[in-house]
Design a binder for this molecule. Structure first.
Ligand code: RFL
Length: 421
């Protein structure tokens, strides 16, 4: 493996990325077999699975508990995710409050068609359960199982990855640095976390793509406007509608790159959504206050391998995927399960083979999700303009939509990939 460079976010006070503070701290706490950096879906599922297998682990999280339990992002959980959570006693909340979702609608200037994907492909549906609720459940379960979870403790450096006992340097709430050593480190701290920066330049290959599309991601305090997920393909740009809870609905609005999330007043947002979703033809939207707004750029950023020495990357830290196909949190859970098995085999059975296969086991599934997400981006967004290239690509987009509307084989393929991980 060789090639392009690792991301180079240099931590404050550090000359080498990901090694800040490593030399300043005397002695190391030897508390855990695995140190997990980050308490998002990846880190919390991994931590719970390890505790369930009797592996001592410590989770270090930069943010406060309140912050991670309120951070709204994903909501559509794949069948595989629900299986992993159910089999490991982590699904009580989502089985009680999650809602089954099996239909999506596509709106174009030629009308609307519905795909009941729950009856197509492998016959799998999504479970709609907001990510922050899942995180809340996973935190509670980890603590109930006696887990060591430290909030407001950012990791500022990871060293010794090619030795027997890597060490993680973290900053406590009072500003003091503290070092923990372990047999393994799991980097579950997202694309811009410290774990990625701890991998030396050139040690892994990095695949990056900017898909050139920006969404304004919105949460509205309003019930959903229709039963299905709705994707509106419009010459002014994409608009999307997705259920979250009975009182909160997610909308997406494609906006020009660089637009501030605060540019459009609520009334303009509702007007733009209604226009692109063709509310005059298909029925009005249920409006309410916009309670959260942020811009999201459609980008991909995948590492290969997703391991370096005794560091294993999981979730967005391993491979960022655009939210166009709702895959990120689902990939994180898939990877966490595979890594938990590998770490358990190594630490409890002395067998490091499953761990050695971690990257090889995960990457084909990561790339399949990337391919589908890329296809969705091209399905939902046509290039603007009247030059030959833009006109040609919009004609292909139309052909893609028609194939999806009319071909049962295409629909089965769509359904398998839309819910599959
Ligand atoms: P997270 O959730 O970002 O968690 C990483 C955690 O690491 C902490 N951290 C650190 N902790 C200690 N020391 C450091 N130095 C640290 N640096 C960072 C952070 O505070 C954080 O708590 O990553 P993880 O666990 O890999 O999970 C990934 C998912 O969160 C992400 O892929 C999904 O939210 C993507 N996504 C969706 N995925 C789905 O599967 N289905 C969906 O419907 C879906 N919808 C979405 C989405 C992402 C969105 N945005 C905002 C990008 C909708 C949106 C709008």
């Amino acid at each position: 493996m060789s090639g392009t460079t690792m991301p180079g976010t240099t931590m404050p006070g550090s000359t080498v990325p990901g090694t800040a503070g490593a030399e300043d701290v005397a002695g190391a706490e030897d508390a855990a077999e695995v140190v997990i950096v980050g308490a998002g879906p990846a880190g919390l599922v991994l931590g719970n699975l390890l505790l369930g297998a009797g592996v001592r682990c410590t989770v270090l999280e930069r943010q406060s508990r309140a912050h991670v339990e309120q951070r709204a992002r994903a909501g559509f959980l794949a069948a595989n995710t629900v299986r992993v959570l159910t089999e490991n006693g982590l699904a009580e909340g989502l089985l009680k409050d999650g809602r089954q979702h099996d239909t999506c609608a596509f709106r174009t200037d030629r009308g609307e068609f519905h795909l009941t994907y729950g009856s197509l492909g492998r016959g799998e549906a999504h479970t709609v359960y907001p990510q922050q609720h899942l995180v809340r459940d996973l935190v509670a379960e980890f603590l109930a199982r006696g887990g060591d979870l430290r909030f407001e403790t950012p990791v500022v450096g990871i060293t010794g990855l090619t030795g027997d006992r890597p060490a993680v340097t973290a900053q406590s709430a009072d500003g003091t640095l503290h070092r923990l050593s372990a047999r393994f480190v799991a980097g579950c701290d997202g694309r811009h976390g410290t774990a990625r920066t701890a991998v030396p330049v050139g040690a892994v290959r990095r695949y990056r793509r900017d898909h050139g599309v920006t969404w304004l991601a919105l949460l509205a305090a309003a019930p959903q406007s229709m039963g299905p997920v709705a994707y509106a393909v419009h010459e002014d740009g994409f608009a999307g509608h997705m259920a979250r809870t009975p009182d909160i609905t997610r909308y997406y609005l494609q906006v020009p790159r660089g637009e501030s999330p605060d540019t459009r007043p609520d009334a303009r947002i509702w007007a733009d959504l209604a226009h692109r979703m063709r509310a005059d033809r298909h029925g009005p939207l249920h409006e309410g206050p916009i309670v959260e707004r942020r811009t999201v750029e459609m980008t991909s950023d995948v590492l290969d391998p997703i391991q370096y020495g005794r560091l294993f990357l999981v979730g967005d830290a391993a491979g960022l995927i655009s939210p166009a196909a709702a895959k990120g949190a689902n990939l994180a859970v898939m990877e966490a399960e595979i890594l938990a098995r590998g770490l358990t085999a190594a630490l409890r059975g002395g067998d490091e083979q499953p761990l050695a296969r971690y990257s090889a086991d995960c990457l084909p599934r990561i790339w399949r999700a990337q391919e589908f997400s890329h296809w969705m981006i091209n399905l939902l967004h046509g290039p603007a303009g009247s030059d030959d290239d833009a006109v040609f690509l919009r004609a292909l987009q139309q052909a893609r939509l028609e194939s999806l509307q009319t071909s049962r084989r295409h629909q089965d393929h769509f359904a398998e990939n839309y819910v599959g991980i």
